[in-house]
Design a protein around this ligand. Structure first.
Ligand SMILES: *[C@@H]1O[C@H](CO)[C@@H](O)[C@H](O)[C@H]1NC(C)=O
Ligand SMILES: *[C@@H]1O[C@H](CO)[C@@H](O)[C@H](O)[C@H]1NC(C)=O
Ligand SMILES: *[C@@H]1O[C@H](CO)[C@@H](O)[C@H](O)[C@H]1NC(C)=O
Length: 400
């Protein structure tokens, strides 16, 4: 709540930094002086350190760069803090001539030079204050994450949907139309994370902003479209059923809809959860495989933290619509027909507002929506052939 007062907009960094211009110069000056003092002081108290080639010491003297950090007075302190907490045994310089001995192979890739104790390999979307004791910033940590890919025109529906998600959710909006500040008419928006990049799709954002190490604290991750009707849906109740039935990948049942693609995702009245359906004869070569089981659609999927860690890697950078991707989700959980399912008791209505589909560009006389649709099909084919090739290559490598 405290931290919520500082909305955090990835698309807007420079803007918010500019907001504190008044007094910035003065503060910058003080910061510089404090920085110099600290640097000097450290130099004195760790003469050993600064006389070795142990790179730390030079990065601790923040003098030349400070002007850049005009109004971020905490910067020099955060640079210093880890070292001032070190005890003498840990600051004893390693034998610098033999660098290979100081590499810690079990560290994350690229960070092998660091002492393991300092590595922060994971992050989160928790908002922090700019002042006070960092240990006291977070009075509450949300356990779940929900993201929506939105345009401002859909704000009324999103406002309704967000109310079905309790305070246990971090809300993250991906804006495809560049309109972010307007959302602050809603109180919840001031504590949400806003990422604004024009005309991208949900899966483009997901690949770039939902790296598993970034969303690591969230037990479940909802990656939803903006056009879902949630009158019969409650997120906490939904998760109770997900846990009860051990679903790693799920979606709410869809209430009929003129053009429902698959029976699997259609809500079954009176059921809590279903994991397989019977399609007309001939459609499923195996009752445990799609489209009879082991998949959910891309409009409203929910992933467990572990499943998302795999699915993120399956996502391709250049395939942005995600067609066909849903049919491959099963590669990430085992056995897929038991861990993927549809929650019938908490269901949604797919309203199919026109949205991103209309934001394509007219090319060679083809209507924008047709261009998008064609690309969807192309991506599906590309994804399939990549996956097939990768599996064949793997089998060969294993001597299969
Ligand atoms: C100081 O170093 C010792 C031995 O390396 C370690 O056990 C201890 O936790 C360290 N203390 C601090 C405050 O880093
Ligand atoms: C939020 O999570 C806590 C801890 O699991 C739970 O007790 C509480 O009921 C949840 N809030 C809502 C509104 O369900
Ligand atoms: C679901 O089933 C109940 C009881 O059989 C019925 O009253 C209700 O109208 C059904 N709902 C829908 C949306 O079909």
């Amino acid at each position: 709540m405290l931290s919520g007062k500082t909305p955090y907009r990835m698309g807007n960094f420079s803007h918010s930094a500019g907001g504190t211009k008044h007094g910035g110069t003065m503060r910058g000056l003080i910061t510089t002086l404090v920085g110099i003092f600290f640097g000097f002081f450290l130099g004195l108290s760790f003469p050993m350190l600064s006389s070795t080639k142990f790179n730390l010491s030079s990065s601790l003297l923040p003098i030349p760069d400070l002007s850049k950090y005009d109004n971020q007075q905490t910067r020099p302190l955060t640079q210093i803090a880890p070292v001032s907490g070190c005890n003498s045994s840990s600051t004893e310089a390693p034998k610098v001539n033999d660098a290979s001995k100081t590499l810690v192979r079990s560290n994350p890739r690229g960070a092998e030079r660091l002492p393991p104790g300092i590595i922060a390999a994971e992050s989160d979307f928790y908002l922090r204050r700019l002042w006070g004791d960092p240990n006291e910033d977070l009075t509450f940590r949300q356990r779940y994450l929900v993201t929506f890919t939105v345009g401002y025109n859909q704000r009324k529906n999103i406002d309704t949907v967000v109310k079905k998600f309790s305070e246990n959710f971090t809300i993250l909006l991906f804006h495809y139309d560049g309109r972010t500040t307007e959302w602050d008419e809603y109180e919840w928006s001031k504590q949400a994370i806003h990422v604004s990049v024009p005309k991208q799709t949900k899966w483009w954002y997901a690949k770039r902003f939902l790296h598993p190490d970034i969303v690591a604290p969230y037990e479940y991750i909802f990656i939803w479209d903006e056009d879902l009707g949630v009158e019969h849906f409650d997120a906490e109740e939904y998760l109770k059923l997900v846990r009860k039935y051990g679903l790693e990948i799920s979606q709410p049942g869809l209430e009929p809809d003129r053009k429902l693609n698959w029976l699997m995702t259609k809500r079954i009245n009176g059921s809590e959860v279903h994991k397989e359906v019977e399609e007309p004869p001939g459609r499923c070569r195996d009752p445990h495989l799609p489209p009879c089981a082991a998949f959910v659609e891309i409009m409203a999927p929910v992933f467990s933290r572990e499943a998302w860690r795999c699915v993120w890697h399956l996502l391709q950078n250049d395939l942005v619509h995600g067609w066909g991707f849903d049919l491959a989700l099963r590669k990430c959980v085992e056995p897929a027909h038991e861990k993927i399912g549809v929650v019938d008791a908490q269901w949604v209505v797919h309203q199919s507002f026109p949205s991103l589909g209309n934001q394509g560009e007219s090319q060679n006389g083809v209507a924008p929506w047709q261009g998008v649709r064609d690309r969807c099909g192309k991506e599906w084919a590309m994804f399939n052939s990549r996956l097939t090739n990768a599996e064949v290559a793997q089998q060969r490598a294993n001597g299969g």
